[in-house]
Design a binder for this molecule. Sequence first.
Ligand code: C2E
Ligand code: SIN
Ligand code: SIN
Ligand code: FE
Ligand code: FE
Length: 362
Amino acid sequence: MDNEEILGHLIDFGKRISRETNLNALFETLGDFSRDIVNADRCSIFVFDKNKHELWTKVSHGVEELRMPADKGIAGFVVMTGEIQIVTDAYNDFRFYDEIDKQTGYRTRSLLAVPLFDKNENVIGVIQVVNKKKGFFTNNDAELLILISNYIGSTLENAILYEKLNDTKIKLVYKLSTAAEFKDEETSLHTKRVAFYSAVIAGAYGLSRDDVENLIVTAPMHDVGKIGIPDNIIKKNGKLTDEEFDIIKTHTTIGYNLLQDDENEILQEAAIIARDHHEKWNGRGYPKGIAEEEISLHGRIVAVADVFDALTSRRPYKEPWSVEKALNLLKKESGIHFDPNLVELFMKNRDEVMDIHEKYKE
Ligand code: C2E
Ligand code: SIN
Ligand code: SIN
Ligand code: FE
Ligand code: FE
């Protein structure tokens, strides 16, 4: 690549990353860019997990997330020494760790690995490009990678921080939502399944990656209002009286009032879901009895996910239904209780639904 081409790439790269708000997508862009700018076949961005003493890949072209011991391989050498490495023939380098090739069936030949630093100059990862398309990696290639490694380093540092916060947030949501919904410390599997079923529908509907990720946090909170309903009603192992059911119905507005927050759009979304998840397409739900598109899209999505999961789960008042029977109810209630378009998307993605059902079994 000549200088003009590189400049063109850099400008294009700047445009793309400034538009990218999703961190995972940002890393994909960074990986693609690093690969292209040095004419490599693949790029991996390794993250150094100090606690587990492992390296794992944030980006890895063509393969799933990989993990390896932090002191293994060329990448491990770079993490331990903080030095750049250029390797022309990996299999003739005693440091090379061939386990990953063995797992993926890929054949590494040449390799260039550059350390990533945080702002305190600690190594926090490695950017590694593999298999130069023509010839070998040069010092020029190394310089180009160093140029963007500063940017990748600080992005990575933020991403690690963000992920820790996000992990805390999600765990907190599952734990508190579960405590509110079931009044005791059961597993948070119901709240998780509702989150993931909702994500399947939202993804199929065409919502953006950010919107789907937000829904994974907001959907589990749909029933937090049950915290305001007496235990003996929630845990009653038989049919509810009309009076008891009227009390239960208030969990929607209690949840809305609890979560409602004008300044935080995620909480606001959660509040709307709590309020709307028992509304019905035909206008015969509660609390307001609104119909069709008057009901927020998020509320309509969670309605399908929540009922499917309630039906296929054990409750104090009912045995679990089979998946077949639950899907039949969704079909029967399509256009009555549920948005028909969303039921269809749920059915179309039955395989993913089954994976979630199996993976998060009680
Ligand atoms: P939940 O247990 O999370 O159920 C959520 C929704 O799933 C229900 O909303 C309903 O639409 C659907 N669903 C659950 N089980 C069945 C079922 O056996 N058949 C059918 N056709 N649909 C079912 P719904 O009815 O508005 O109830 C809201 C909440 O009220 C329930 O949340 C549960 O906490 C409570 N509840 C409802 N019925 C009973 C009951 O008979 N006994 C007790 N103890 N609680 C009940
Ligand atoms: C290495 O860095 O030695 C190998 C890691 C890889 O295959 O990506
Ligand atoms: C909401 O945040 O749920 C309201 C907008 C919509 O989903 O239709
Ligand atoms: Fe509910
Ligand atoms: Fe629920």
